[in-house]
Design a protein around this ligand. Structure first.
Ligand SMILES: O=C(CO)[C@@H](O)[C@H](O)COP(=O)(O)O
Length: 156
């Protein structure tokens, strides 16, 4: 999380990033400008929300003329890896999935073999996983398991 995401858009675009996700908590006044700039640099705009932020706060960013294309529901407090997944964040994911059936919904924090099914069943289709992958003896197997769970839930 950064407090002034606009300062980083050009640099990340230049570096070849394909997407740029900013926090709604710091972008209420300039999200439209941010989205325009992100798209102008060829990146996909996304918005993230912290555990304490109500899901309704991202609705305006999804319903404007130039909306974000992904919502990242933080399932831990932003800051560092290795934290415990917060299952109560799944209400936000379910709410978003019901309201926006084709939206990319990402979850970040504490995702791994023991938590992926609840996130996938709630409607998350993009997964950020740190410790569970990098700490595994066979990272590829964990990635495959996460992918299978999401694909299965998407088909259900
Ligand atoms: O850095 C953060 C949050 O800011 C982490 O959520 C990582 O992005 C994912 O790490 P794990 O929870 O999977 O270890």
């Amino acid at each position: 999380m950064v407090t002034n995401p606009l300062d980083y858009v050009d640099q990340l675009g230049k570096a070849g990033a394909s997407g740029f996700t900013f926090h709604v908590e710091v972008s209420k006044d300039n999200w439209q400008e941010l989205v325009n700039r992100i798209k102008s640099k060829g990146m996909k705009p996304g918005v993230a929300l912290k555990p304490g932020t109500p899901v309704e706060e991202v609705y305006p960013l999804l319903e404007g003329e130039n909306p974000v294309e992904m919502v990242l529901v933080m399932t831990v407090e932003p800051g560092f890896g290795g934290q415990k997944f917060m299952p109560d964040m799944m209400d936000k994911v379910r709410t978003l999935r019901e309201k926006y059936p084709t939206l990319d919904i990402e979850v970040d924090g504490g995702l791994g073999p023991s938590t992926i099914d609840i996130a996938a069943a709630a409607g998350a289709n993009c997964i950020v996983a740190g410790s569970s992958v990098f700490g595994a003896p066979e990272p590829a197997q964990v990635i495959s398991l996460l992918r299978t769970s999401v694909n299965k839930a998407c088909r259900a």
